[in-house]
Design a protein around this ligand. Sequence first.
Ligand code: 3PY
Ligand code: MG
Length: 263
Amino acid sequence: MKPNWMKQNLRPRNAMIGCWITLASPAVAEAIAHCGFDWLLVDAEHAPNDTGDIAAQLRAIDAACANGASVSVAVRVPVNDATLVKRAMDCGAQTIMFPTIETVEEAKAAIASMRFPQNGNGGVRGVAGLVRAGRYGLDREYVGNANQNACAVLQIETREGLHNIEEIAALDGADCLFIGPADLSASLGHLGQADHPEVQNAIAHILQVCTQAGKAAGIFAASVEDAARYRDIGFSLISLHSDVAWLTRGAMHALTDYNKGKQ
Ligand code: 3PY
Ligand code: MG
């Protein structure tokens, strides 16, 4: 398996621009993989993706990469669960995003679920080499290299996560803390108001804690303007919205232009 580009490049202030893949469609994943983003997120939290769907989208993105694209992939599991992490990693995911990490114990469990037990690392990932990630057993080095390629992106998106942020950021193996603005706003009592000053202060605080801990911070951006602002203040992993947003916005934009021409 190739080294994990995202892990190798995750560091404070090194912005990588990405896109959420939510449409549960290998063709859409493949098409967006050709668009020039640095990374993509195959979402199994809110999108209707089971393990087989994740595998199909990873295959499609790999096909794009074999055909000229260059993009790294993360998979968001629906919940912090070692079995789901194992299955996504066996399919080929090297970077896992965990929703709603609230305590240091949850963060430790997430990190452990990504690692094969080795040298007392606390890893609990079940071992299989005969899986897609290990080229069905033909990659003899897969099992030995998998731990060093494992990249944990932990979502901080609740009041409790915010409260425990220093401890979580200090953990070895917490490669990136990623803000979910929608859930964070709701948890802070401001549903649908990511621009609320309390939410924006929380975002600034998380970024500052990450920077002090030498960790990369990430965030989902709802617009190009937000994404550029997050890049300029030092976020590393930025998602420029999603496949579905670009599809619907593009369609509406084209239709508006067409209708203007009729007047
Ligand atoms: C959130 O905003 O809550 C996310 O998880 C990312 O969109
Ligand atoms: Mg969320």
